[in-house]
Design a binder for this molecule. Structure first.
Ligand SMILES: NC(=O)C1=CN([C@@H]2O[C@H](COP(=O)(O)OP(=O)(O)OC[C@H]3O[C@@H](n4cnc5c(N)ncnc54)[C@H](O)[C@@H]3O)[C@@H](O)[C@H]2O)C=CC1
Ligand SMILES: O=C(O)C1=N[C@H](C(=O)O)C[C@H](O)C1
Length: 254
């Protein structure tokens, strides 16, 4: 059995992941970590300050982190120091935090890090790459994302990954976050963020040319799509060489 600890256990994603882990025949949920102690699915949730001691006590094989960027970096460092493999779904890292994570993980433990664990979004990213690569010059590009009212980071991690893909395929362009006032369109990529209600996660890329628009969209209807991808990654990561992997590696898309 693969022993799993979930960081952010009492959050929206932690709850969904904990349920799937507790129902899996191959995984054992040994506990959770959150800001306050509690319990979930019959196992303890310990306070964040007790993470090191909890890893020492329970000796999990994998830690799944869906928290918040500032907390996640420390959780990743703690797991790597204990030789625990990682699944990281948290978004909103700064470039400096990404570098801290790279240094903590590389050469120490295998880690899957992805801004989106849904199968559909991982295929969506490949379609965006393909469209950006094949379309001739002259198409204007706009990225839109919509999420629930409680989401803290903007733009979403998934939208940032979309921008990285577009930059790789069409060359780096300015990312213009919203528009207001008088301005002429240049060759920037417009980025637009919507926050409201209980929207689970919508992303759209528009390639607008003369007399035609190519629009690629993904819409998540339930967090289960992210949770099941993260749990699939947790089973996959065990026994891999130390280093950073993406969900494309788990799904064999690369
Ligand atoms: N990669 C993916 O597929 C997905 C990523 N996410 C990302 O996952 C993260 C969490 O999202 P939600 O579950 O919606 O947020 P949430 O706010 O519902 O849950 C986060 C939980 O982390 C806890 N937390 C904060 N500091 C902590 C610490 N030091 N140690 C342990 N727990 C701590 C909070 O108390 C909270 O319970 C966000 O960054 C979000 O963008 C969300 C959905 C899918
Ligand atoms: O916070 C969320 O809810 C989500 N966050 C991820 C992101 O920032 O891209 C993935 C998904 O869209 C849901």
């Amino acid at each position: 059995m693969i022993k799993v600890v979930v960081c952010g256990a009492l959050g929206r994603m932690g709850t969904a992941i904990g349920r799937l882990v507790s129902e899996s025949p191959d995984l054992e949920l040994v506990g959770g970590v959150d800001v306050k102690a509690g319990s979930f699915y019959g196992v303890p949730v310990v306070e964040a300050a007790r993470l090191d001691a909890f890893l020492e006590e329970t000796k999990p094989d994998v830690l799944i982190d869906f928290t918040i960027a500032n907390a996640s970096v420390g959780n990743i460092k703690a797991a790597a120091a204990h030789g625990v493999a990682l699944i990281v779904g948290t978004t909103g890292f700064s470039p400096e935090q990404r570098e801290e994570i790279r240094l903590a993980v590389e050469g120490h433990v295998p880690a899957v890090i992805s801004s989106n664990y849904s199968v559909g979004v991982n295929i969506f990213w490949t379609l965006i790459r393909e469209a950006a690569r094949r379309l001739p010059e002259g198409y204007d590009i706009e990225v839109t994302e919509a999420h629930h009212r409680y989401k803290k980071d903007a733009p979403s991690g998934t939208a940032k990954t979309i921008l990285e893909i577009l930059d790789e395929e069409v060359g780096p362009r300015t990312h213009l976050h919203g528009r207001e006032g008088m301005m002429e369109r240049g060759d920037e990529i417009g980025v637009h963020v919507i926050r409201g209600g209980d929207i689970v996660g919508d992303h759209t890329v528009l390639f607008a040319g003369n007399y035609e628009v190519l629009e690629l969209s993904h819409r998540a209807y339930d967090r289960g799509v992210f949770a099941s991808g993260a749990v699939r990654a947790a089973a996959w990561v065990i026994g891999r060489k130390p280093g950073i992997y993406g969900m494309a590696d788990v799904l064999n898309l690369s």
